[in-house]
Design a protein. Structure first.
Length: 59
């Protein structure tokens, strides 16, 4: 994805995952910008939490 193609808040990427077992969940992403570097972000949700929003601003 090119920098100018990163969606703004009105067009953000949304992923939903249903977890049926009583386990902790970790979700995140890694990205690379050519000639700049790489970065990653991981967030966790404890078992029994019925809903979790992972929000990350690229700005």
């Amino acid at each position: 994805m090119r920098i100018q193609d990163i969606p703004d808040a009105l067009h953000k990427l949304v992923f939903e995952k249903t977890v049926n077992d009583n386990y902790d969940l970790a979700a995140g992403f890694r990205y690379e910008i050519h000639d700049v570097g790489t970065s990653a972000f991981i967030d966790t949700s404890k078992a029994g939490n019925p809903f979790k929003i992972i929000d990350y601003s690229f700005q």
